[in-house]
Design a protein around this ligand. Structure first.
Ligand SMILES: Nc1ncnc2c1ncn2[C@@H]1O[C@H](COP(=O)(O)OP(=O)(O)O)[C@@H](O)[C@H]1O
Ligand SMILES: [Mg+2]
Length: 303
């Protein structure tokens, strides 16, 4: 397939999610090659990004997670270099990394988000506690992997939790507890894909459950009835559209005990290892991992 030319799979990078990215990247290089595409690994930590041109790369498949990967910075650099890249652009990437501003946008377009409050030094913590109720979740807006996420259960603890978390970059937000189940729904090229139910064996889907345990259950197809499934896919598409996400993204959801669905966060650069959620969901529709990679590559763009 000549249309893409020499393809750089951008992987590894500088963030704490480097290892996951290398895993995803290796799977993508192999998949693209199996489709006859001239794909090569490219790690910006080892080779400066400006070398892409000198090395003859014409297209970039971005699978760098976290800082300098899915936050808009690498996207800006690729824009300047004029190299078409997969996935979201500068703005959607930056918004997707900021839970607070993402929620503001979703709220503004009428999408359901758990009630929340931004915590500041001068907040009325008692008022926030009364309004959101207990338990509630408090978290840094700019982290991921459940880092800094705290479930607050005791009355009068909120201020102390804020003090513990305020060193994190960006805002600290408090959220109403939504306790009826956790889901994730991929959006691929503007289309909602089968949802996945996530059932952690820990109290919530914390760092342990994400990376250090192998007993978290991922159900795809999930347990939603047909109407809720269609509703979730529509909300996921609308959530991605609202922030301007492109290519592949994954919108995470919480379901309340009364069945109502809430958007939790968007991931504009979801993992693509063989056991990641997006490939699992795509496979449900008959889309193989290799075909999925080609579909993503087709959306490479600049400008
Ligand atoms: N409002 C909430 N209600 C119930 N559980 C929550 C809430 N917010 C976060 N959680 C739990 O904490 C986990 C991590 O929170 P999340 O906002 O997704 O941050 P991260 O970006 O670190 O994944 C979620 O997957 C969920 O298990
Ligand atoms: Mg999350």
């Amino acid at each position: 397939m000549q249309a893409f030319g020499k393809v750089a799979v951008l992987m590894g990078g500088f963030s704490s999610e480097r290892e996951v990215s290398l895993d995803s990247g290796a799977a993508i290089v192999a998949a693209l090659k199996s489709k006859g595409i001239d794909a090569h690994p490219f790690d910006p930590k080892e080779t400066p990004l400006e070398q892409l041109k000198a090395q003859g790369f014409q297209t970039a498949f971005n699978i760098l997670h976290g800082t300098y990967g899915e936050d808009g910075t690498i996207q800006g650099a690729l824009e300047l270099l004029g190299i078409p890249y997969t996935g979201s652009g500068v703005m959607a990437s930056a918004v997707g990394m900021d839970k607070y501003r993402c929620k503001l946008i979703w709220q503004a377009v009428g999408l359901p988000v758990p009630e929340f409050a931004v915590l500041r030094e001068y907040s009325d913590f008692d008022e926030v506690e009364r309004r959101l109720g207990l338990p509630m979740f408090v978290k840094p807006a700019a982290e991921g992997s459940s880092v800094g996420v705290v479930k607050v259960k005791e009355a009068g603890r909120l201020k102390a939790v804020y003090e513990e978390l305020k060193h994190f970059h960006g805002e600290i937000i408090a959220e109403r507890f939504i306790g009826g189940g956790e889901y994730s729904c991929p959006v691929i090229n503007g289309e909602g894909y089968p949802s996945i139910r996530i059932i952690p064996t820990t109290e919530f889907y914390d760092y342990e459950a994400k990376y250090n345990r192998n007993d978290t259950v991922y159900q795809c197809p999930s347990d939603l009835n047909e109407a809720d499934e269609q509703q979730m896919r529509l909300l996921a598409v609308q959530g991605a559209e609202a922030v301007g996400a492109a290519g592949v993204s994954r919108v995470d959801f919480l379901k309340d005990t009364d069945g109502k669905l809430y958007l939790l966060e968007i991931n504009t650069l979801p993992g693509m290892t063989s056991h990641s959620l997006v490939p699992k969901s795509a496979a449900e529709t008959g889309l193989s991992f290799a075909d999925l990679c080609v579909e993503i590559l087709k959306t490479a763009h600049v400008g």
